[in-house]
Design a protein around this ligand. Structure first.
Ligand code: IPM
Ligand code: MN
Length: 346
């Protein structure tokens, strides 16, 4: 069965890493993927005044999955406009409530820690919390100005992400870290902890520990090998997954899936990194984060074999010392090495 994928390369390095991911997908799962490219980006905004057409979400809804490169080009479109015009509405409209981000060292990659052997799966709530967009500003530009940004936690939203995380923990090493800050945030995070305890009752096999977000940030540096699945609210998860990316060697390795676990709308796959304007013209963006995200997409589409082939080729490539040092290899050299590894394994 072929899978129809909406591809949004986006801005900056997004186009080059998307191109790399599509080439690898084609080699790993020949004939299985049918793509349509959508040029929605900051350039598109310059031409049309919008990041995507008014019916953009409706156009995407017909696809089996979405692959996204990166969004943002602050020189021409403010980030708050570009992200709220494309990436964030897709996550919300398609109820992609589980943002999955694996953090482990690929063979041959030297992280900044003097440690190996950690394997963390971060699960970030992706549709509400601190990203709800509820709030406003009054008395703008005056000394009395007020800005309010309200975090919204619903029982439905909190319970479903925790349940999803417990399921992931069951499928892995049986350990779940629930990220809180209930010592300071006595409404939302006390609620989060209550729901964690309630859901835990259904998963007696899972060893669950609540960590304050500041403490788990330190733990991810000092003792990352003690963590298995980590579940966090939207903003806490955002911050911790950049830390996760850092300990795995950098954003060039950090993959992500924005999953709609109910499968009643497409899920979206994207590298964690942004458009990287500073290196966008240099041809040295690491495509591994995007390629790993493409493997996660195949997995989600039921093509576990193709996903495993991609990951094996990526690992063979980094084990051979290619794509292991930032900027040392070009995007196309890393992509070619992965394509060669795929070919060699077939
Ligand atoms: C991410 C990014 C986005 C987020 C930005 C670009 C809005 O940092 O996917 O982690 O905060 O979710
Ligand atoms: Mn982020």
């Amino acid at each position: 069965m072929t899978h129809r994928i909406a591809v949004i390369p986006g801005d900056g390095v997004g186009t080059a890493v998307t191109d790399a991911a599509l080439r690898v997908l084609d080699a790993a799962a020949p004939g299985l993927i049918q793509t349509e490219i959508f040029p929605w980006s900051c350039d598109y905004h310059l031409k049309t005044g919008r990041m995507m057409p008014e019916d953009g979400i409706a156009q995407l809804a017909a696809f089996d999955a979405i692959f996204l490169g990166a969004v943002g080009w602050p020189e021409t479109v403010p980030d708050a406009v570009s992200l709220h015009g494309l990436l964030l509405p897709i996550r919300k409209a398609f109820r992609q409530y589980a943002n999955i981000r694996p953090h482990r060292l690929l063979p041959g990659v030297q992280g900044p820690l003097r440690k190996e052997g950690f394997d963390i799966l971060c699960i970030r709530e992706n549709t509400e919390g601190e990203y709800s967009g509820a709030g406003g500003r009054v008395h703008q530009g005056t000394a009395q100005e007020v800005a309010v940004e309200t975090a919204i936690f619903t029982r439905t939203g909190v319970e479903r992400i925790l349940r999803f995380a417990f399921e992931q923990a069951m499928a892995r090493r049986g350990k779940l870290a629930s990220v809180t800050k209930s010592n300071a945030q006595r409404h939302s995070m006390v609620f989060w902890d209550e729901v964690t305890r309630a859901v835990a009752a259904d998963y007696p096999q899972v060893e669950v520990t609540s960590y304050h977000v500041d403490a788990i940030a330190a733990r991810m540096v000092m003792a990352p090998e003690t963590l298995d699945v980590v579940v966090a609210s939207n903003l806490f998860g955002d911050i911790l997954t950049d830390l996760g990316a850092a300990i795995q060697g950098g954003l060039g390795y950090a993959a992500s899936a924005n999953l709609n676990p109910d499968r009643d709308a497409p899920s979206m796959f994207e590298p964690v990194h942004g458009s990287a304007p500073d290196i966008a013209a240099l041809g040295i963006a690491n495509p591994i984060a995007a390629i790993w995200s493409a493997a996660m997409m195949l997995e989600h589409l039921g093509e576990a074999g193709g996903a495993a082939r991609i990951m094996a080729a990526v690992e063979a490539t980094t084990a051979g010392g290619i794509g292991t040092v930032a900027g040392a290899d070009t995007t196309s050299a890393i992509t070619q090495a992965i394509l060669n590894a795929l070919e060699a394994a077939s």
